[in-house]
Design a protein around this ligand. Structure first.
Ligand code: ADP
Length: 220
């Protein structure tokens, strides 16, 4: 692996692994993808820096691929629980600390965390939660930063339309940080001192989940 590109090894090129691998490639990373399914490997060939068909539970395979030299290793095997755990525990035994792993259930996540995985991601669970918030209407984006902070995107709140709003004042009034406004021309205004809001505008704001939900129910 050469240059200053981030090098990422993705073990398991299912829907999650593939979409992450392609996004990383688009961001200019060097990506090695490993999967034991020949159809998957054929599909991804030439789309990643390297694609290898191999059983990742075989330690020799991972050694030959110099997997330990990668900046980050992602175990994106979800539904094959045994493989996910075998691969992860092998990597941890080799002293790898920079592992991210996908969990398909809470129990799977607990095992990965107990093994010592640096970051466990729950794509299905988190996407389900996000969509639930969007389904209730009003919000176009909902990103949970942590338990006490979410960032959302929505159309212009009704109470703002036709008015000059000041983010500093909005913070005092609603306890929410309005950080960006998109006007009808598609131009973003970040933390403006003051902003004339039209009905077609879009806003981004952050705050505690309950406060954000309450504001959305009342004003969107
Ligand atoms: P998704 O839900 O993102 O599609 P899956 O868990 O269903 O994820 O897919 C994981 C991928 O990991 C599959 O493409 C599968 O072929 C691959 N995989 C499973 N076990 C191994 C293994 N031992 N070695 C390499 N690849 C594996």
């Amino acid at each position: 692996m050469t240059g200053e590109k981030k090098t990422v090894a993705i073990i398991g090129l299912g829907r999650f692994g593939q979409s992450m691998a392609l996004e990383l490639m688009a961001d200019g990373a060097e990506v090695l993808g490993i999967d034991n399914d020949p159809n998957v490997v054929q599909q991804m060939n030439n789309r990643l820096s390297h694609v290898v068909r191999a059983d990742a539970t075989n330690p020799e395979v991972l050694e030959q691929l110099d997997i330990l030299d990668f900046d980050r290793i992602v175990v994106a095997i979800g539904n094959h629980l045994e493989s996910s755990i075998l691969v992860t525990s092998y990597l941890l035994r080799q002293g790898v600390t920079n592992i991210w792993a996908k969990a398909v259930s809470e129990q799977h996540g607990i095992i990965l965390q107990q093994l010592g995985v640096e970051k466990v991601v729950f794509p299905e669970r988190d996407m389900g939660k996000r969509v639930a918030h969007l389904l209730q209407g009003g919000l176009q984006e909902y990103i949970q930063i942590d338990r006490n902070c979410v960032t959302v995107m929505s159309s212009a709140p009704r109470v703002f339309v036709g008015k000059d709003v000041r983010p500093r004042q909005l913070l005092q009034q609603y306890g929410l940080a309005f950080t960006a406004f998109k006007d009808a021309r598609g131009q973003w205004h970040h933390l403006p001192e003051s902003m004339r809001v039209e009905a077609t505008d879009t806003v981004v704001f952050s705050g505690p989940p309950q406060q954000v939900e309450q504001f959305a129910r009342q004003y969107l």
